[in-house]
Design a binder for this molecule. Structure first.
Ligand code: DGL
Length: 273
């Protein structure tokens, strides 16, 4: 029987944004083998209907399971919001973790006044998953959620700083944060939004806490692998493999922004679902 600890953790996202989650997992668990799949052929998920998102997510996750993974991490907020329970049922006993629970936990820990702003895609906001997850942790919390659709394209274009990014952020957020009852915490409920950190600071002010789900998700991954006795031990760094459903050249070029290091074209392999 093969050693389960050697199998990779499968990390899935609609595109390259989930590389921010891969980065957090790689930094906390360097010995783990990681297999990333970005469904760039169907990106964006965030403007699509729930049934379509569930269908695409099942296909992508099924591909990772077919290749062989010991755990599935849904790094995409939109896919987590629409499909997490479906995936958990479909692929049991493989553990399937999402990013919404960890993100909600991080926001509840950060907020002192109990008012949390969540920015995400249209599908994530409409599905209400962050609102429910925060309510389950802190039933007294007030949640102001806003869809910030344009930010996904801006991040992929690399326009995350400067006057255009600031103007778009201000258009989405000014009314929420220039209010006497403003939130004290901003939760970045989309894989692309951590790239706007510097611009967000200028728009929401120094005193607002800005949190995202990447490091909290990595902590959940470590805890679950440990509980299941399938952590990969050892000093040497694990393998990192990248699959994309369209245009590996663009995946690696744009992916470098999210990973924080340039990627080489040959690092990504094209797959069909
Ligand atoms: N990965 C998606 C998310 O985190 C953003 C991109 C998309 O809309 O597919 O919600």
């Amino acid at each position: 029987m093969s050693d389960k600890r050697e199998l990779p953790i499968g990390i899935f996202d609609s595109g390259m944004g989930g590389l921010t989650v891969l980065k957090a997992i790689a930094s906390l668990l360097p010995a783990e083998n990681l297999l990333y799949l970005g469904d760039t052929a169907r990106l964006p998920y965030g403007t699509k209907g729930r049934d379509t998102i569930v269908r695409y997510t099942l296909l992508a996750a099924g591909k990772l399971v077919e290749i062989g993974v010991k755990m599935l991490v849904v790094a995409c907020n939109t896919a987590t919001s629409a499909a997490l329970p479906v995936l958990q049922k479909e692929f049991a006993p493989i553990p399937v973790l999402g990013v919404i629970g960890p993100g909600a936990r991080a926001a509840c820990q950060a907020s002192k006044n109990g008012h949390i702003a969540v920015i995400a895609t249209q599908a994530t906001v409409q599905g209400g998953a962050y609102q429910h997850a925060i309510d389950a942790i802190n039933p007294g919390a007030k949640v102001t959620a806003r869809a910030c659709t344009l930010l996904v394209s801006l991040a992929e274009e690399g326009w995350t700083e400067g006057p255009i990014a600031r103007a778009v952020l201000a258009r989405y957020l000014d009314d929420i944060f220039h209010d006497p009852d403003a939130p004290d915490t901003l939760l970045l409920g989309c894989t692309h939004f951590p790239l706007f950190l510097n611009s967000l600071r200028e728009v929401v002010g120094e005193e607002t806490r800005i949190v995202d789900s990447a490091s909290a998700t990595a902590e959940d991954v470590a805890k679950r692998l440990d509980e299941l006795g399938i952590l990969r031990a050892g000093g040497e760094t694990g393998k990192r493999d990248f699959l994309t459903t369209d245009n590996p050249e663009r995946f690696t070029r744009v992916g470098g922004h999210f990973l924080g290091v340039a990627m080489n074209r040959n690092q990504a392999r094209l797959v069909d679902l």
